[in-house]
Design a protein around this ligand. Structure first.
Ligand SMILES: C[S@@+](CC[C@H](N)C(=O)[O-])C[C@H]1O[C@@H](n2cnc3c(N)ncnc32)[C@H](O)[C@@H]1O
Length: 305
């Protein structure tokens, strides 16, 4: 297992790759919708180190937003607090920070960020969230980790008519490494196990969205009173342009490779020697700036009817 700090580094390294992948048309629709709300109150589920909120703050234009960031991982929340604080200062905001709430102001604009450590499926927490005047919910790289239908049912409880649900980077079943590996059958088998590991995840007795989170989400929202107003791909695409990766991309690729390798170690059917050879060869290709990655994911924007 990767340690908390390497998980944090991985999430951080993902931010630029994620940002490039985010579907621009859906993001533009989201912004134009959210900008019409006088004081958007947004719950970011599975907020981790705050990539989604940092993107919303940077891309700006939201009038005086209030963010509630929910995640059980206190370490990641703390890192997010630090990063959001830094970002707002860089953007010229005067920031006042407490442990739980951070407020920032600049001219007539304000940003408020609340940190909530907890689990969405905790009924007591849910009862408090229901009291918030939420205008929208966002998720980023989250729906594959939780059961889709029960999560969307909760969002339907939390949002009123006109409330938005903007969900980005939902895994949609394929990860491809290029150039092809010398033994393509071995790598295909390994990537199939990697996908299956996502599908095997249970939250309580319910299966998580897993490797088809994007498609399942598209199907689930209508059943809970939402209308899909935007849908499209947000694939990760990493290529060594002009023979180099951005520093974050290299960290990101190395972390992803390690995750796939560790998944392989858990499966007795995968030959350990071939796995070690695969890991060494693919790591070497990162060093030589030869490895490319494509991962299929989707974004969705839906409005409560
Ligand atoms: C891949 S990270 C999300 C990245 C983040 N949204 C971003 O913008 O960078 C997934 C996060 O979901 C959180 N998570 C998993 N199950 C959860 C639950 N039931 N309630 C709230 N957060 C959860 C995990 O702790 C983890 O930090």
């Amino acid at each position: 297992m990767q340690s908390d700090s390497s998980f944090r580094d991985y999430l951080d390294a993902r931010i630029s790759t994620d940002g490039e992948g985010i579907n621009p048309k859906i993001f533009a629709h989201f912004l134009s919708y959210a900008k019409r709300i006088e004081r958007p109150v947004i719950l970011d589920l599975g907020a981790a180190t705050g990539g989604m909120i940092r993107r919303m703050v940077t891309s700006a234009g939201l009038a005086n937003p209030v963010f509630y960031r929910l995640d059980p991982n206190k370490d990641a929340l703390e890192e997010a607090r630090r990063q959001i604080d830094l970002l707002l200062e860089e953007l010229g905001f005067a920031v006042r920070g407490g442990d739980q709430v951070l407020t920032a102001s600049k001219d007539k604009r304000s940003v408020e960020v609340h940190l909530v450590a907890g689990d969405l499926f905790d009924e007591k927490l849910l009862a408090s969230l229901e009291k918030l005047p939420l205008t929208g919910v966002t998720t980023h790289a989250y729906m594959d980790l939780v059961p889709i239908d029960p999560t969307v049912a909760i969002l339907s409880r939390l949002l009123k008519k006109g409330g938005f649900f903007y969900s980005t980077v939902n895994y949609s079943g394929t990860t491809e490494l290029l150039p092809f590996f010398a033994d393509p059958g071995f790598e295909q088998g390994l990537l199939t196990e990697y996908n299956r590991s996502k599908d095997g995840r249970q939250v309580g007795s319910r299966p998580a969205g897993g490797s088809h989170a994007g498609g399942l989400l598209y199907g689930a929202v209508a059943g809970h009173g939402f209308k899909v107003t935007g849908f499209g791909s947000s694939d990760w695409s990493v290529f060594p342009w002009n023979g180099s990766y951005a520093p974050a991309e290299e960290t990101f690729l190395n972390s992803l490779l390690l995750t796939i390798y560790e998944e392989g170690l858990r499966h007795p059917a995968i030959d350990r020697i071939s796995l070690a050879a695969w890991y060494a060869a693919r790591s070497e290709e990162i060093e030589q700036r030869r490895l490319s990655l494509l991962t299929h994911q989707t974004d969705l924007l839906a409005v409560k009817t």
